[in-house]
Write a new protein. Sequence first.
Length: 475
Amino acid sequence: MHRFLCALCTRVRLPVRMIKQSNIQNLFFLGIGGIGMSALARYFHHRGYAVSGYDRTPSDLTKELETEGIVILYNDDPSLLQSLSPALLKDHTLVVRTPAVPEDSAIYTWLREQGFDIRKRAEILGLVTHGMKALCVAGTHGKTTTSTMLAHLLYQSEIGTNAFLGGISMNYGTNILLQKDSSYVVVEADEYDRSFHQLKPYMSVVTAVDADHLDIYGTPEAYREAFAHYTSLISDALVMKHGIALQPQLKEGVKCYTYGVGEGDFYADNIRVEKGNIYFDFHTPTESLVDLKLGVPVWVNVENAVAAMAMAWLNGVSAIELRQGIASFKGVHRRFNIHVNTPKVAYIDDYAHHPQEIATAIDSIRRLFPERKLIGVFQPHLYTRTRDFAEGFRQVLGTMDECLLLPIYPAREEPIEGVNSEMLGGEVVQKTELIDALRSRIAASEQPVVVLTVGAGDIDRLVPDITKALKNGKW
């Protein structure tokens, strides 16, 4: 992947309009290990700037950034900033932060008190993509897979694209695509902290507006209103999921299309599973493409594919390119990745952390493995989300045959009294106990098993060990 990015950076000449001061030499990223932050860090690093950052814990992604030459600190100690080269001088440094970094972070506090120019990630992303045809994908669910699909469809076509993605593309092994000769950029439009209000979409998909991030928005109505305002920023066309509770506020002349399965201006039908593959027909307002093979055979990806293909079609990707692109799409890291698939046990890992997302993952599993017992492992993400959607989590987790729960991953939050994993039902286990708990349940099962791990915290760090244990198990 490092060679891939280096090859791209020699061809790319994207504008860097946000650095108004001519003496900015380096950028420091607070929370550099975040998927969106790392994409921006890679962009500036390969544009020739000195890039460094801080994150709380090492991860596979931060290790990749370090391999590419980016220096990362893992201790929240301002004195360590003095060891960076070049030194962080406020007249020469732009600081980029994610809201996930707490306000009381020692490094953040020091940089703020010293008067450094500190900007939110969303603002920088908006400025980087300003002046390009930004194809944005927003929504509570599905935006990472849909935006990565869209980027792949465009990148492998004659149109081409740049992309800032919210996940690691399995086709390219990175979350950033740079292509000098394309005026397009695909952007995942994140609604957290109203970040997507910083963007200037040329076109946008909106996949869903189910309430989330109520620690920011307060009410479901305020959440949906934020999406309505976002649609007012679109300059050419909106492609929205048919039937969602969104009243767009479009400028005069902006076109509105709907998409779905069996309904909408763009839709899929004749969906079928044949020998482990999913095939479907895709219909646009003027033409139909039949017998398309879905690159990642997950039921929900049919809907995501319709959204991505609709946007690509509207921007000139040909029928042949759509057919080839959707068949060659390999997916996104931690979006329904199948790590083990034997006659006795299958193991799937997914990023789902909202009740509706978990329900979608379960539905796909039931369709792909209808005869198997489902054992789920869920790590709740954030105390506020666990509190706000506790009933929804209880209902959806109850549809699994068995469910193990890990303690809540707090991220940026302090504990809330009375809010814990126990309130969601199921058995709570510690990370160190998980593999033994899974082994005993699989061994006791009289039918084949699917193990599903879900969550947006650090549960992904358990995936290699779970995979190894389930592959090597004597079932």
